[in-house]
Structure formats: C-alpha cells, structure tokens
Design a protein around this ligand. Structure first.
Ligand code: NAD
Length: 503
C-alpha cells in the first residue's frame, strides 16, 4: 500500500503558516518513485516573516527573552525536545527512511543521535551560565576586565538531505543553547522530519519565533535567507558550489558564516592489518548512508602487496550487502535520494569507464529492483589521479582504488585533492598511524575505522571542504559572540591631560 505523508505548513512564530505564494514541492519516495505527499515552498516573503519573528523572539518581554534567559532555562526546552524525539523515534526513523532512502536501522541511529545532540547541548547551555563572565588578567592594576559570551542573534541554518534531521540538529541545538533565534531551511529533497521537529517544538512550548522552519528551494528560500541584512550569521552544510554562493551572499552584508562542504576523503590501508576487518571498515566508510556522506572515504589507497587479495575479499563482502527498500528488515543499502542524484552518479561511472577505468563490481541498477533510484555498490580500479572519479565528489555508493608502495607515496595520494574533510588510516603499527595522521590534510582522521561520529568531538574540514567546526564545545562557540568589558577601578584620575603626565 502506498505511504502518504500528511501535509504540513511552514513553521513561523510558533504557528503553522501557509507559504505566502501557496507553492508546494512534491515528496518522491526514492525506493518506489511514487509521489507520497508534498511540502510547502517558502519564498523571500516567508523569509521576511520568519526573520521578523526570530528578531521578536530575542527582543520581546525585556529581561525574559530567549537571548537573556539563563542557559539552564533554555536547557529545559532542549531536554524536552530530546525526550519528545526519543518518544517518537520509531515514527521519525520511518519517515526519514522513506523520505531520503536510508536504511531504517541507520535512520533509527540518526534519531538517537538527534536526541543525544539536544541533550548534549542542554548540558553545555547549563555550563554556559557559570562561564558567563570570564575574567581576563591585565598588566595594569587600575583596570579590571571580563568577557561576556553573548548569542550572535538571529541565525540562518541551511542544511542538506543526506542526514535531514541530524544535520539540522547539529545547528539548531547549539544555536538555541547559545540563546540565538533560528530560521532553519532544510533541503527541498528531504524535509519531512524537520517539519516534524516543528511539531515537537510546538508540543514542548518553545517560545514563538525561537525556531522557524522554512522548507523550500535553495534559490527561492535559501538565497534570501543567506543575504538577509537582519540575519546575523549563516551556518551552511551542503555542496562546495552552493557554499561559494552562500559566502558571496554573506560577504555583501559582512556576516559570519560557517561552511561544512563536500569531500573526497581517502582511506589508506597498510599491509599489516586483518583483511576482513579492513574490508568491513572500507565498506562502512564508503557505502554507509548509500554512499551519500560528505566524509565518505571514497578513495581507497591500498598497499600494492595486498591489493589483489584485499579487493577479492572486499568484493565478497560487498556481495553480502542487502540492497532493498529501506524499510525491509536487514537492509544495508537503499536508493540514492532522487532521480537527479541517480543520473549524476551513473554519469560518473560512465565517465570513469570512458576514461579507461575498470568497474570491478557494481556500476548498475540491482537486477532484483525494477523501480527506485538504486545503484549497486561500485568499486572502480585502474584509476589515474587525473580522472574525474578520483578528483570529484560522487556522493553515491562508488569507491575508487589506487595502490601505493611507500608511506610517503600513500600520503601524497591522500592529500592530492582540493578537499580536506575526512581521512582514515588502517594499520597495526600505531606509530605509523600517528605519523600519517599528522601528515594528512583533513579536519577529521579516523584510525583503524572510518565514519564513527560523536557529538562531543569537533567536526569540519579544511581546503574546499569549508571552515569552522560543528559539534562539541566548538559547535556552541559558532553561535556566541565575545564582548570585552573593561572597567577602570582606580580612585585616581586617569591623568593623561595633567602636566606632567602621571603615566
Ligand atoms: P546543496 O548545496 O545542493 O544544498 C544544500 C542546501 O543549500 C539545501 O537546503 C539547498 O536548498 C540550499 N541551497 C541551494 N542553493 C542555494 C543558494 N543559492 N542559496 C542558499 N541556499 C541554497 O547540497 P546537497 O545536495 O543538499 O547536499 C550534498 C552536499 O552536502 C555534498 O556535497 C556533501 O558533501 C555536503 N555535506 C557536507 C557535510 C559536512 O559536514 N561537511 C555534511 C553533509 C553533507
């Protein structure tokens, strides 16, 4: 039976509101290609309403508004959101799986992470109260100084479709913990669970305007948010191409941005490691979330002495991956998110073939699935460093492989990319792992694993993968502004204009 998703509106000022232009975007189930509902399409007019609502949330009821409330007060709402998310876990996970195609088990893991992230930032919001006035020691006794950490203000949060609710949470939770009011613009390709977050906020009585959620297209809703003069900061996660546009828009009104962008991360496998364990991490590192992970370790750099045997083993593991509708029990690989993404990934594979690479396995739609945007997990060998498949982010279940003979060569291959998000090194020799870790140009390095992510640790990249860090205490800092307060405490006059000067 076809699944239908109940229609929702935009969430502005604590209320559901129809978009001013009344446009809607169809929701397509990537497993069945059926239209299963629709979401509202916001435009600049709705952005205007949401920004005003967020501004009001920071200024109304003097002394009791969101920004000047204690962290402990804000933490209560974050904990209530976490509790509601946990209560609705099964339903939210199912919606996520249907909307973006990720296996249900993964989606359930995401929802746990969402709740965990709200709880974590509730802790940090409480801790913020104690850090509110940090003293600074000065070299002149006549002065005393402290630093206030204040919310930046109204923030625009623009997020992608691969972890719809989790990527939104990575921004919403610290922004709210810091005392900001936010406008979230999730991806037009997967917004269903973000609209459910709006419902959760309503249920827990989050004050109106503190979080506004505008679904819609990037150009129609994201762009006006990014360049809005009354939005104090933009935090963006998405492709490097859009990141460039966001940065340009923010530059026009000199507002800070954090950018979490794409990647083409390497995984280096040395010859001394257990091959089956390495195969599992290699697969998880590249095919988790159907290969649509910014930090996917999609370039395997394997020692030449084990390459043939390892690839043999890898293909055997890959053949055991259950590819199915994400709601089927045991599913480990679902469809990519949309027809556009399916075509893009298939085009990458065709170009690789045309450029002389070999498709070791996959590269096609699974025979048993006639509908849906499914692509078999694909391994590509005989790759050169000038090929598109080596250089560009695919964002699909595609791994490309090169061999190396020396440690230096492996590092050089790993760093041979415009990106700098993640990297993995696999070896029993931990001294070697440490050496290689230091040499890798990446914001995240996994040792003897790939992809595990914890909300306590900083997340973000270098080079074209962006700048700024999310998660951990660094994630909270993104939404705080420092104010220096310096007081003259001497009873003596300052004396600069006395003659002779006392200074
Ligand atoms: P995308 O850049 O197409 O879209 C991201 C968001 O930006 C969407 O909400 C979209 O509507 C909006 N947008 C598009 N054009 C815009 C514009 N002109 N102005 C303002 N907003 C605009 O990215 P995507 O396809 O949704 O996501 C995939 C990309 O995200 C991949 O490159 C992936 O690597 C990256 N990503 C990075 C991280 C990270 O942590 N570094 C995490 C997840 C995804």
């Amino acid at each position: 039976m076809a699944i239908r998703i109940p229609p929702r509106q935009l969430f502005i000022d604590g209320e559901w509101r129809e978009p001013v232009k009344k446009h809607r975007i169809p929701i397509i189930n990537p497993s069945t290609e059926e239209i299963i509902g629709n979401i509202p399409a916001a435009t600049a007019e709705d952005v205007e309403l949401a920004v005003s609502a967020a501004r009001r949330a920071l200024s109304r009821n003097k002394g009791r508004d969101w920004a000047s409330a204690t962290g402990a007060h804000r933490a209560k709402y974050l904990r209530a959101i976490a509790a509601k998310v946990t209560e609705r876990k099964a339903e939210l996970a199912k919606l996520e799986a249907i909307d973006c195609g990720k296996p249900l088990d993964e989606a359930a893991w995401d929802i746990d992470d969402v709740a965990g992230c709200f709880e974590y930032y509730a802790d940090l919001a409480e801790a913020l109260d104690a850090k509110q006035k940090s003293p600074v020691s000065l070299p002149m006794e006549a002065f005393k100084c402290h630093v206030l950490r204040e919310p930046i203000g109204v923030v625009g949060l623009i997020t992608p479709w691969n972890y719809p609710l989790l990527m939104a949470t990575w921004k919403v939770a610290p922004a709210l913990a810091a005392g900001c009011a936010a406008i979230l613009k999730p991806s037009e390709l997967a917004s269903v669970t973000c609209l459910e977050l709006a419902e959760v906020c309503k249920e827990v009585g989050l004050p109106p305007g503190v979080l506004n959620i505008l679904t819609g297209y990037g150009v129609e809703a994201g762009a006006p948010l990014a360049c809005h003069p009354d939005v104090d900061k933009v935090a963006f996660t998405g492709s490097s191409a859009t990141g460039r546009k966001i940065m340009t828009a923010a530059a026009s009104v000199i507002k800070p941005v954090t950018l979490e962008l794409g990647g083409k991360s390497p995984i280096i496998l040395f010859e001394d490691f257990d091959l089956d364990k390495a195969a599992e991490w290699t697969i998880f590192g590249c095919f988790w979330t159907n290969g649509q992970i910014c930090s996917a370790t999609s370039r395997l750099i394997v020692h030449e002495s084990i390459a043939a045997e390892f690839l043999d083993r890898l293909v055997k593991w890959i053949k055991n991956i259950k590819i199915s509708d994400p709601l089927e029990e045991g599913c480990r690989l679902g469809p990519v998110v949309s027809e556009g993404q399916y075509e893009k990934v298939m085009q990458f594979i065709t170009t690789a073939k045309n450029e002389g690479a070999t498709i070791l396995c996959g590269g096609v739609r699974p025979q048993h699935l006639k509908k849906g945007f499914f692509i078999e997990p694909t391994v590509i060998t005989d790759v050169t460093t000038s090929m598109q498949i080596w250089r560009e982010e695919v964002f699909g279940p595609v791994l490309c492989v090169k061999t190396f003979s020396t440690e230096d060569e492996a590092i050089e291959l790993a760093n041979d990319t415009q990106y700098g998000l993640g990297a993995a090194v696999i070896s029993k020799d931990l001294e070697r792992c440490e050496r290689v870790t230091k040499a890798l140009q990446a914001g995240i390095v996994w040792v003897n694993c790939s992809q595990p992510c914890f909300c306590q640790a900083p997340w973000g990249g270098n080079k074209r993968s962006g700048f700024g860090r999310e998660l951990g205490e660094w994630g909270l800092e993104n939404y705080l502004s420092l104010k220096q307060v310096t007081q003259y405490i001497s009873d003596e006059p300052w004396g600069w204009y006395q003659s002779p000067s006392k200074l």
